[in-house]
Ligand binder design. Structure first.
Ligand code: DON
Length: 308
């Protein structure tokens, strides 16, 4: 008999109580450093409209790099396959903010989920408009997908990202030097910092990612978000590149497409079935949520959700 989702979510959640507070909270900006390390939230939304939640599933946290899934969605809609002339789709094997590969590869980042790649993707989202309009489009897309009209940007986080984002400035200027950024570095990065500063709950994030579990069609609203081909590609890149240089380990342990952020969130897709969002702010050495990864490993295993 298949495991009951609500039972498994409750069981995994209870098991995580003993792990609350593990890992190291990101401390490069004050607004992230002061988040309580003991937070833990888990939410699952299924393609047939069921939900299961545990713990802090309704507490907003900083979306950070998980936003890269949604900007990639917008960029693919705008530019289609031409996007792949400007950004690759190979795992980088490097840290998320590494600059070393960029010179050898002439300013074309390895994939859309390392910072350099996400900055190129954001440049595409900016095409034909100013950064205010691009930021509003990203926010409104999330509001609609998450069914959360009040979802918004944490302006303190956005300002702090800009004040400390020296590596991102280096990456962006370097790529502009290779003519792989079309808009002014400041506009691209202001958009990028704002997208990373969106605040979202597990429940909203799982809801927002559901279209990726259903071939690009939001199964609850009936709205087409992207083509089935693009949804498959986004999932493939989440599987191979969603956890930076620990992407192989995530595929090994969880066996599902996933994208992490330094706020401690992870969005995970179960093709044809569900979207999962987990949040626990303590990160492991690679910058992925430590307890969040453990929870996903147990949930995916007990639900037999691994794609392998
Ligand atoms: O670009 C940065 O440094 C952050 N705002 C986003 C980084 C992030 O979430 C990487 N994740 N694991």
């Amino acid at each position: 008999m298949p495991a009951d989702l609500a039972d498994v979510v409750a069981e995994v959640g209870r098991e995580m109580e003993a792990h609350r507070g593990e890992g190291r909270v990101a401390d490069y900006i004050p607004a992230l450093a002061r988040v309580d390390a003991r937070r833990f939230g888990l939410a699952v939304v299924t393609c047939d409209g069921r939900t299961a939640e545990y713990g802090d599933a309704w507490v907003p946290f900083s979306i950070q790099s998980i936003s890269k899934v949604f900007t990639l969605t917008l960029a693919l809609k705008r530019q289609g396959e031409a996007l792949w002339t400007r950004v690759g789709r190979e795992p980088s094997g490097s840290r998320f903010n590494s600059i070393v590969q960029l010179e050898a590869e002439r300013g074309v980042p390895r994939n859309p989920f390392i910072n350099a790649g996400a900055i190129v993707v954001t440049d595409v989202v900016l095409d034909g408009r100013g950064f205010d309009a691009a930021v509003a489009d990203i926010r409104d897309t999330l509001r609609e997908l998450a069914d959360a009209p009040n979802l918004d940007i944490d302006t303190e986080v956005a300002r702090s990202e800009a004040a400390t984002g020296f590596r991102n400035y280096a990456l962006a200027n370097f790529m502009r030097g290779f003519d792989n950024l079309k808009h002014p570095v400041e506009d691209v990065l202001q958009t990028y910092f704002n997208q990373c500063a969106l605040r979202i709950t597990c429940r909203q994030l799982a809801r927002a990612g559901l279209f990726l579990a259903a071939e690009g069609l939001d199964p609850l609203s009936g709205r087409r978000v992207v083509s089935p081909e693009h949804a498959r590609r986004i999932n493939a890149i989440m599987m191979t590149c969603g956890h930076y240089d620990a992407s192989g380990d995530f595929a090994f342990k969880v066996g599902l497409p996933g994208k992490s952020g330094v706020g401690g969130g992870i969005l995970t897709i179960v093709p044809d079935q569900a979207a999962i969002a987990v949040w626990s702010p303590g990160l492991n050495d690679v910058g992925n949520s430590q307890v969040g990864t453990l929870a996903l490993e147990r949930l995916a295993s007990r639900m037999r959700w691994s794609v392998f």
